[in-house]
Write a protein that binds this ligand. Structure first.
Ligand code: FAD
Length: 492
């Protein structure tokens, strides 16, 4: 019966004049090989898989969805898609806010939903985790071994996109990017081969995958170094409209040398929320210290209207961030970076807030969240010490603030206005910062907006040429550039 429906929907797709012929052929070829792992519009599985994104505005309608069971099936699928010249997209957990990065129209969507393996080595130092997992799955599972992995701060974020773009964690001051803890990648290449990528085997690709995103292949397993954990201090702190200055001042003090940023065990996930309609601000920060010690967060805990920070476990802390789960909203990230200082924090807060009050107050359901993320010099030192990566920020330039400007809004009719405003305010902010000697070129791929070019900013401009030559070696025909066009691409 199920096969009948597969044929029925395949026929439906084939009959639709709006559909691109190569994607119809690609779906048919995949379905003839994998039957019930290829699903079509009007099936429940298709509806579920195509809706599994954090933000509504990135959702597209692929010609079919392929739900492989394992890496062998991915390895068979890629040559099929190549032979039929079918465009495709790959989705980990759908958190990237760039339309078409992990979704596609007129093409095949490959979802990694079944890649949920979690195993640990006998000495608990290496965890093998699947690209279909969310970080909360990994954090809760690994707590039983008294270990942590360098994963996202928000519970629902996907393991794979996070690790391929770098990965900002509460643990970064000690261990660098999440990607710096990956010791082996299992990758399906453009030729449909399954290869192991580590510091001795395919070592050039090993470097490139640490920040290089979706340019090289489909990662079907990450083997990551785990780290010991005990009690930590952390949790949510919030400020209302009347106390919000306390949050901004505490963050400014933290970003100043000696103010907390240079303590590798300290981290923050700060969000200053701007409501342009009511012209008000509030703030919600997660504070973190990798020990049972609250001292470095005192400026925050003393001023917060509500302080839920406490001595707890890492898994508990991450579980508390689950409120960042998907919702019925449209959203876009924009990323800029700056030299870390109190002045930078104030500049970002004042410039964006003033402009949003002036230009966005008439739009319905808009909130802006300023995630003014301090990344310490110790972070960039730790990244190099761990073997380096394509991002390669020079520690001698000091600590950075990486801004993630998150705009959420209600109406599709406002998409263009929001995109233009976000681009303009980011450009204005970067220009002001440069004038004040606070500028930095770095663009963090996982927080970047559609059209941004993170790779030319890697390694102070030196990484891209090496990334390109590695890409040409492993994907000479540009399958992951042209047939899988979404997201951040190296280009030629
Ligand atoms: C609420 C929220 C909180 C966040 N918190 C953090 C945070 O704390 N730290 C941080 O650094 N970032 C954070 N991010 C950003 C996040 O890291 C990126 O959105 C990341 O891409 C998410 O991974 P994903 O698997 O969910 O993404 P997806 O949207 O599924 O994929 C992102 C990109 O990676 C590609 N891709 C995914 N899996 C694979 C694979 N296995 N092989 C090849 N290509 C693949 C996709 O094709 C796509 O181009 C957050 C985002 C949101 C929305």
């Amino acid at each position: 019966m199920r096969f009948f429906w597969q044929l029925f929907f395949a026929a439906l797709v084939a009959a639709s004049p709006a559909l691109d012929q190569s994607s119809v052929n690609g779906c048919k070829s995949l379905a003839s090989k994998f039957q019930d792992r290829v699903v079509y519009p009007n099936s429940v599985a298709y509806a579920n898989e195509t809706a599994a994104y954090w933000a509504q505005n990135v959702i597209l309608q692929p010609s079919c969805v392929f739900i492989p069971r394992d890496s062998n099936e991915v390895a068979v699928a890629i040559p099929i898609l190549k032979a039929s010249n079918t465009k495709f997209a790959v989705r980990g957990n759908g958190h990237m806010t760039v339309k078409g990065a992990a979704s596609i129209s007129n093409g095949v969507l490959i979802v990694l939903t079944n890649f949920r393996q979690m195993t640990i080595s006998s000495d608990s130092t290496v965890a093998s985790i699947g690209p279909g997992l969310k970080w909360i799955d990994v954090c809760i599972w690994i707590q039983q071994y008294n270990r942590v992995v360098v994963g996202a701060r928000y519970a629902p974020v996907g393991v794979s996109g996070f690790l391929l773009g770098g990965g900002i964690s509460f643990l970064g001051g000690q261990y660098g990017w999440g990607a710096n803890s990956v010791i082996n990648y299992e990758v399906v290449t453009a030729e449909g081969k399954i290869i192991q990528v580590n510091k001795t085997s395919n070592s050039d690709l090993f470097w490139a995958l640490k920040g290089g995103g979706s340019n090289f292949g489909i990662v079907t397993r990450f083997d990551v170094q785990t780290h010991p954990t005990g009690q930590i201090y952390g949790g949510l702190m919030t400020w209302n409209q009347s106390t919000v200055d306390g949050a901004v001042n505490a963050l400014a003090a933290f970003a100043t040398p000696g103010g907390g940023i240079d303590d590798p065990k300290a981290a923050l996930l700060p969000n200053v929320a701007i409501d342009p309609a009511s012209k008000t601000q509030s703030a919600a920060f997660f504070g973190f210290y990798n020990d049972a010690d609250a001292t470095v967060l005192k400026n925050f805990t003393d001023t917060a209207s509500l302080n839920l920070a406490k001595v707890t476990t890492y898994a508990d802390l991450i579980a508390g961030t689950a409120a960042g789960a998907a919702g019925n909203f449209r959203a876009a990230f924009h990323c800029g970076s700056f030299k870390a200082s109190a002045q930078t924090v104030k500049l970002i807060n004042d410039t964006v807030t003033r402009d949003a009050y002036k230009n966005l107050s008439d739009l319905e359901g808009v909130t802006i969240s300023l995630s003014i993320q301090p990344l310490a010099k110790s972070w960039f030192d730790a990244s190099r010490k761990a073997g380096g990566d394509a991002i390669d920020i020079d520690p001698s330039a000091g600590s950075l603030i990486v801004l993630n400007l998150v705009v959420q809004w209600k109406n599709a009719a406002d998409d263009t206005k929001i995109a233009t405003w976000s681009d303009d305010i980011l450009a204005k902010l970067s220009e002001e910062a440069k004038k004040l000697g606070l500028g930095s070129e770095f663009i963090y791929l996982n927080d970047a907006q559609e059209g941004a070019k993170p790779f030319p900013t890697y390694g102070g401009g030196k990484s891209r040429a090496r990334l390109l030559s590695i890409r040409k070696k492993y994907d000479a025909n540009g399958v992951f550039q042209n047939l899988m066009p979404g997201g951040f691409k190296l280009g030629d």
